[in-house]
Design a protein around this ligand. Structure first.
Ligand SMILES: *Cc1c(COP(=O)(O)O)cnc(C)c1O
Length: 235
């Protein structure tokens, strides 16, 4: 059994050290503990150690866990969003990290209206242009920003990415920097704030924080090795 409380404390220290290097306030970085594949008991251990934000990427797996746990936990849906799941995702998750098309955004906006909700979302950008990954093509998100901003039920927090796999954490840096620059450019062009960047996982969250991440999604470094490999693909 990994020592979840100890792992959380170490990760917070490492986030604080990255913030120091980048001259940032550690309070501006939210740690999302990615509990996919781990049982509700593991989430409870993390919660008892003070962690309150959790990430899941499969609705079927998350629903029973959410039921078992206190209502005060904050749930983030970090996986690819299938349309037929949106109706169930919206009321259960506080933030959706991987809105990847205007069609999906507008569908979620309609359902949110029906359900009386104002969901917080990130727009996922496929920074590496990988065929295997979801996300807006970098050029498309700018072209569709006006239409996305017109969806009055969605609160667009900012951009999210999962960079292409690389040999080490440093190899993710240019992708993180590119996402930040794209965010800056969108803010200038659209004249709206997009204050948040969801980027960085167990292997590279320190680099992500140095490059401006406000939400890091960390799983295995907290809960231990998973039984299978996931990179945010479809469930
Ligand atoms: C699984 C997953 C994570 C966490 O990955 P770790 O390497 O275990 O930290 C982060 N983001 C997404 C989208 C994921 O699917």
């Amino acid at each position: 059994m990994p020592d979840i409380a100890k792992n959380l404390a170490e990760i917070k220290d490492r986030i604080a050290a990255s913030c120091l290097r980048a001259d940032r306030d550690p309070e501006t970085v939210s740690l999302i503990a990615v509990s996919k594949t781990f049982p509700a008991d593991a989430v409870r251990d993390a919660w008892e150690a003070g962690q309150s934000h959790f990430g899941e990427n499969r609705l079927q797996e998350a629903e029973p866990k959410i039921e078992l746990l206190p209502g005060s936990l904050h749930w983030h849906f970090i996986g690819r969003v299938q349309r037929n799941k949106v109706r169930r995702i919206l009321p259960r998750f506080e933030v959706i990290h991987a809105i990847d098309s205007l069609g999906l955004a507008s569908y979620a906006n309609d359902l949110a209206g029906e359900l009386g909700l104002f969901p917080k979302v990130f727009l996922q950008v496929n920074v590496g242009g990988e065929a295997s990954k979801g996300g807006f093509e970098p050029a498309i998100v700018g072209a569709e920003m006006e239409n996305l901003l017109a969806l009055d039920r969605l609160e667009i927090l900012g951009l999210m990415c999962i960079p292409p796999p690389g040999p080490d954490a440093e190899s993710a840096r240019p992708w993180f920097a590119a996402l930040r620059e794209q965010r800056d450019e969108l803010e200038r062009r659209a004249g709206v704030p997009l204050p948040f960047l969801s980027m960085g996982m167990s292997g590279d969250f320190e680099v992500a924080v140095e490059e401006g991440a406000t939400h890091v999604r960390v799983g295995s470094a907290i809960f231990g090795k998973r039984g299978y490999q996931m990179d945010g693909g479809p469930d």
